[in-house]
Structures are given as structure tokens and as C-alpha cells.
Design a protein around this ligand. Structure first.
Ligand code: HEM
Ligand code: HEM
Length: 218
């Protein structure tokens, strides 16, 4: 990382954490104004629903779409684990803050990176091929998936030193850091904020189905 990358990385992390806090506080205020939401929440049924939906094939919906389920779980696990457990990133934490961090063996990180890219391509093709998804797809949905895989593509190209004769390594890393910064900053302000809402929407559905309708929501 070069000194001119530092303000960009700081801006991205501040946008991520300030954005997530802002979205959480505004959603909590909105929920508090809705008379039925908070009183419906029930710890036992909420936790039961979350647990059912984070275990692969533990809901009827997942069992009905096995390929999608496998791709989605593999995609999300690799998407979260790779940037957090990457040796190239751990080195940066160590140099900047003296922090020691776990890292995946490089060959494993290469594989998890490729899983994310392949998962992204699958989501893009699915939006073209499945009529029920195509109907509700806008150009922005394609752009968002491309944004999500862009740090993985550019990080992989940089690491493999591909196209080095036409794009110097330092330029590729700069492109990677811009892609990574946009990725981080986009999470709170786009549909990627589903990362936050998953737990709450499942907790609500689980509570309403379990405590009121006496039914399952998985
Ligand atoms: C914004 C700050 C970021 C910085 C400063 C940064 C920096 C780096 C560096 C220095 C490398 C090593 C390249 C090499 O080995 O030659 C790398 C690789 C990589 N980065 Fe980042 N990165 C950032 C954000 C991200 C984000 C947000 C993601 C994913 C969401 C990401 C995913 C990757 C991947 C997948 C690789 C290559 C993996 C492999 O070894 O195959 N990076 N990054
Ligand atoms: C731990 C937090 C997260 C959870 C629980 C989660 C959950 C989900 C769920 C339930 C779906 C719908 C597809 C399905 O039913 O499997 C989905 C789709 C998706 N998620 Fe996540 N997600 C999380 C974090 C993220 C993050 C951090 C990103 C990227 C920054 C991301 C990117 C995507 C993409 C690209 C799709 C597919 C969208 C499409 O079909 O166009 N997710 N996620």
C-alpha cells in the first residue's frame, strides 16, 4: 500500500461504520414507531428462526433449490472469510498497527477468491436465465453484483501479476484498493445492507410465526 492510498482506505472504513450505525439507528426508530413490531419480537422464536436459516438445507425453500443454496452459502462464506483472513491484508494490518492476525494459506485464499467470482457469475447468469428473476431485475442489479466481485477479480489479478507488461503492479493494486473501498462504502447505502437486515427480518418472521401463528417459518 502506498501513502496516497491511506486517505481512501480511511474514508471507506468510516463510510462503512458510520453508514451502518446510521442505518441501524434509523431502522430502530422506525421500528419503535410501528406499534406491532417491537412487542412481537420474541427471543426464543426469533433465535430459532435465525438458526434454521443459517444452516444449509434447513428450510424447505433451500431444499427446493439445492444448486442455488450451495452456491449462495459457498459465495457468502468465502466473501466474508477471504478479505478478513487474507495474508496480503494481514501484512497491511501488521505494518500499519502492529496487529497480528490469522491468515489462510495463499492457495486456499486463491480458491476462496475464485469461489466468490464464480458465485457472482452464477448470480449474473441467473438474473438473465430465470424468467421470474429477470422480470424484477434492473441494470443496477447487474452493476451491484459486478461491484461485489470487483475487489476479488482485481485482487486476484494483482496477486497473480497478470497483465504486468501492460498494467504495472502498483496500478493494479491502486485499482484493487479503489474497488475494495467502493465495496466497503457501498454496503450501508445499497441493497448490500441486507447483511444487517437478515438477522432482524428473520427474528421478526420467526417471532410472528412462532408466537402468534403457532407455525414454522422455515
Ligand atoms: C480497501 C482496502 C484494501 C487494501 C489496502 C487491499 C490490499 C490488498 C493487497 C496489498 C493485496 C495483495 C496482492 C498481492 O498478493 O500481490 C490484496 C489482495 C486481495 N484482496 Fe485486497 N485490499 C483492500 C480491500 C479488499 C476488499 C474489500 C476485498 C474483498 C471484499 C479484497 C479482496 C482481496 C482479494 C480476494 C485478494 C487476492 C486474493 C488471493 O490471494 O488470491 N481486498 N489486497
Ligand atoms: C452475514 C451477512 C449476510 C447474510 C446473512 C446474507 C444473506 C443473503 C441472502 C439470504 C441472499 C439471498 C439469496 C439467498 O437466499 O441465498 C443474499 C444474496 C446476495 N448477497 Fe448476501 N448476505 C450477507 C452478506 C453479504 C455481503 C457482505 C455481500 C457483499 C458485499 C453480499 C452480497 C450478496 C449478493 C451479491 C447476493 C446475490 C444478489 C443477486 O442475486 O443479485 N451479502 N445474501
Amino acid at each position: 500500500m502506498y501513502p496516497y492510498h491511506v486517505p481512501l482506505v480511511w474514508t471507506a472504513f468510516i463510510a462503512l461504520f458510520a453508514g451502518l450505525s446510521y442505518r441501524l439507528v434509523s431502522m430502530a426508530r422506525l421500528a419503535a414507531r410501528e406499534k406491532t413490531v417491537l412487542p412481537t419480537l420474541d427471543a426464543k422464536y426469533g433465535a430459532r428462526s435465525i438458526l434454521h436459516w443459517v444452516i444449509p438445507f434447513n428450510s424447505r425453500n433451500m431444499r427446493m433449490r439445492p444448486l442455488f443454496t450451495v452456491v449462495s452459502f459457498a459465495f457468502h462464506i468465502c466473501l466474508l472469510a477471504t478479505p478478513l483472513l487474507l495474508m496480503g491484508h494481514a501484512v497491511l494490518w501488521k505494518t500499519a498497527w502492529g496487529l497480528r492476525w490469522w491468515s489462510l494459506p495463499p492457495v486456499v485464499a486463491d480458491a476462496t477468491t475464485l469461489v466468490v467470482i464464480a458465485g457472482g457469475v452464477f448470480f449474473l447468469l441467473r438474473r438473465i436465465a430465470a424468467p421470474e428473476v429477470r422480470k424484477v431485475t434492473a441494470v443496477s442489479d447487474f452493476l451491484l453484483v459486478l461491484l461485489v466481485i470487483s475487489p476479488f477479480l482485481t485482487g486476484f489479478v494483482a496477486r497473480m501479476q497478470w497483465f504486468r507488461s501492460s498494467i504495472p503492479y502498483s496500478t493494479m493494486i491502486t485499482i484493487h484498493i479503489v474497488a475494495g473501498a467502493l465495496w466497503l462504502a457501498a454496503i450501508p447505502f445499497t441493497r448490500l445492507s441486507h447483511m444487517l437486515w437478515f438477522v432482524f427480518s428473520r427474528a421478526y418472521m420467526g417471532s410472528e410465526f412462532g408466537a402468534i401463528r403457532r407455525a414454522r417459518d422455515w
